[in-house]
Design a protein around this ligand. Structure first.
Ligand SMILES: [Zn+2]
Length: 218
């Protein structure tokens, strides 16, 4: 089996918070009916005792899984940055737990994200960096797009000397269905500014996060 390689992700526009073309949001009752339909499609009876509360629970779970559509990550960072007072060393937040859902099968993507930036004028609390990851994760995603969105948002708001985002994750749509490959971890990265242009800066970051693709590109 080949080792995963870091694939550079190109710029992807931000997902607008207000979804265009999606039409009016269905009612909660409509969403619960849709779950009943899927239960019947799976071959079970949504009326049987154990499943009676399921549509309601699934819809509530969806509010959590996909709560990221209702939060603007740019605003989130914009509210909270501070001027640096000259701090210009690399800020690294590693092993951020990541739970998302793939937009092709709507099943979990589970892994971790590593985020770094080199401040120029603005810094932000590390919890806010983790929140940006979470906001994008709580949408229907593909890993490449999510990686780019996180990096681009930090770049846009903090205007740092550079941003790096690496995501390592396994996709349940690969492990539980289709090709059924267990243990496959997909690694994606987006490097901007100093992390893209300066190999030493990139190396420092990659070694700090444990070289997730040491067998690969770098
Ligand atoms: Zn999938």
């Amino acid at each position: 089996m080949t080792h995963p390689k870091i694939s550079q992700v190109e710029a992807v526009p931000r997902v607008p918070v207000v979804l265009r073309g999606a039409g009016a949001r269905p009612s909660r009752a409509e969403a619960e009916d849709a779950v009943r339909t899927l239960i019947r499609w799976a071959g079970d009876d949504p009326g049987r005792e154990g499943l009676r509360g399921t549509p309601e629970r699934v819809v509530r779970a969806y509010e959590e899984f996909f709560g990221g559509y209702h939060i603007d990550p740019v605003e989130l960072l914009n509210r909270t940055f501070e001027e640096t007072d000259g701090y210009d060393e690399m800020v690294v937040l590693k092993d951020i737990r990541l739970e998302s859902h793939c937009e092709h099968h709507m099943v979990p993507i589970i892994g971790k994200a590593h985020v770094a930036y080199l401040p120029s004028r603005r810094v932000v609390g590390i919890s806010k960096l983790a929140r940006v990851v979470e906001v994008y994760a709580r949408r229907l995603q593909i890993q490449e797009k999510m990686t780019a969105q996180i990096a681009n948002t930090i770049d846009q708001v903090l205007q740092p000397q550079g941003v790096a985002v690496v995501i390592e994750a396994s996709h349940q749509c690969m492990t539980s269905r289709g090709v059924r490959k267990t243990g496959v971890v997909m690694v994606t990265s987006r490097m901007l500014g100093a992390f893209r242009e300066d190999p030493a800066t990139r190396r420092e970051f990659l070694s700090m996060i444990g070289n997730p693709a040491s067998s690969g590109a770098e």
